[in-house]
Design a protein around this ligand. Sequence first.
Ligand code: SF4
Length: 256
Amino acid sequence: MIIFDSGYSDNYDGPGTRLIFYLKGCNFRCDWCGAPESISPQPEILRYPERTITVGHEITVGEIVRKARKARSFINGVTFGGGEPTLQIAELLEALRLLREAKIHTAMESNASTPGFRDAAMMVDFLYADLKTLELERFRQRVSPNVALLELCKDNLRFAAQHQPSFTVRIPVVSGLNDDLPAQQKLHEFLLELLSLRPQEELHVELLRQHHLAEPKYMALGRESACRDVQPPPRENLEQFVVRLRKDHINAVCFG
Ligand code: SF4
């Protein structure tokens, strides 16, 4: 498995304290991406003014399980993020299987756009899946030229809504992508469809406000950030979206 980072987080990447592995490689090219070093599956060099680092190294499934066992007295589980973790599906499933055998709680953060998504979604104890936009042209321009992936994302989210009890949809709220009312209404309608597929369960939604925290990474990679001069939507935009979703019994919160 190729990762670009690992570490610990609290109550953001799954329940409680998590040991998290960030898998390198993504099939999307979101122009607001907060982890530009995650996109290429190859190792990359980041040149900061004060230091140079290389990101991207191999870790075996055995090492992941060993680290998780060693940390089990102070973590609540292990999370796989990215990049897109399901692009390394065989190793991911093996890691999830071994962690389950070891009775260690697992979570995954995915863009829901791959054929492997469903197997992993069924194997984890807790799932975050992204919903970015439902507008084909915006998807093409800002997420991926392969617009067929939008339908796959929608189908995968429907599948997750039906089959994964611990499921949270994450929506990055980004200027010009989905901060206008018509775009949010489309997302709202789709979330209602997902809710209808969960008669026994709530639908949790997290709205994540666009940010500029990754600017130093873009510079260190020698890349232009397409959103560098674009102001994130005001926080009130997300708060009002939360209010509208909650009126329809969608359990929404916002961050950022
Ligand atoms: S799916 Fe996530 S990791 Fe991949 S390009 Fe988009 S924001 Fe970045």
